[in-house]
Design a protein around this ligand. Structure first.
Ligand code: SF4
Ligand code: F3S
Ligand code: FES
Length: 252
């Protein structure tokens, strides 16, 4: 049942782009009514269903799991399905595609460069030792070592909020480093040296200038900058055990 007190009359500004039209990107404005408990994704779907069916955007789960609806919302990267209308600071809402990746149409960007970077850090378990008869066992402490970086859903909010990435799309980007971290510090893995070698490159971890946009943008609240610092430190010390990540000194 609708609660009239929570209804908001929004002015939604969406950056539109249709390469087939030959026209430059433009801002299109829509007047949309939304409930406080609606998500930004609902507002965008409202535009597509009732105002302009040609609007292009990605979504799948609508519950912050698949990572497909990353966009720049009021100038900040986020998942449209995780931002509630009642938390918007005012009734003007701007939505545009994430930065640094080619725009295919409207809010849809080409994710191939992002996934090429991801694949470049070998984001899978490497271990050629004979398989044990049971699972490859791991202590709870060893599992906890990389727990934070297992939460990544590859939404690209971090990488496309990173100024060094905006300036140089060859930079592997924070999402790739997070996923390298997930395996570098896994006690069952044997590919750390290879991954550290890949990331010890002018387009690897040293491009990071600890701007922290990535950490602020991550919808999974992963400590992205800390993970990058830990990878840098492993590279410098040659120590991948690093049992106490808290000793890595960074400030927010
Ligand atoms: Fe998204 Fe966070 Fe993974 Fe970056 S680290 S891709 S922001 S979930
Ligand atoms: Fe970019 Fe995050 Fe480093 S925003 S500069 S990857 S701390
Ligand atoms: Fe899946 Fe938003 S639609 S994370």
């Amino acid at each position: 049942m609708s609660n009239s007190e929570s209804v908001r009359n929004l002015t939604l500004k969406i950056k539109r782009y249709d390469p087939e039209s030959g026209e430059k990107p433009r801002w299109e404005e829509y007047k949309v009514q939304a409930e406080g408990h609606d998500r930004v994704l609902d507002v965008i779907q409202n535009v597509k269903w009732y105002h302009d069916e040609s609007l292009g955007f990605r979504r799948s789960c609508a519950h912050g799991v698949c990572g497909s609806d990353a966009m720049r919302i009021n100038g900040v990267n986020g998942l449209a399905c995780k931002i509630l209308v009642k938390n918007l600071p005012n009734d003007v809402l701007t939505v545009e595609p994430i930065l640094g990746l080619p725009v295919i149409k409207d809010l849809i960007v080409d994710m191939k460069p992002f996934f090429d970077h991801y694949k470049s850090v070998l984001p899978f378990l490497i271990n050629d030792e004979p398989a044990p008869t049971t699972e490859r066992l791991q202590s709870p402490q060893d599992r906890a070592r990389f727990d934070d970086t297992t939460k990544c859903i590859l939404c690209a909010c971090c990488t496309t909020s990173c100024p060094p990435f905006w300036g140089d799309q060859k930079y592997v980007g924070p999402a790739s480093i997070v996923n390298a971290h997930r395996f570098i510090f896994d006690s069952r893995d044997r590919g750390a040296a290879e991954r550290l070698d890949i990331l010890n490159d002018t387009e690897g971890v040293w491009r990071c200038r600890t701007v922290f946009n990535c950490t602020s943008a991550c919808p999974r609240e992963i400590k992205v900058t800390q993970a990058i610092q830990e990878v840098k430190r492993a590279m410098l010390t040659g120590d991948i055990n690093l049992e106490n990540p808290e000793v890595v000194s960074i400030s927010h």
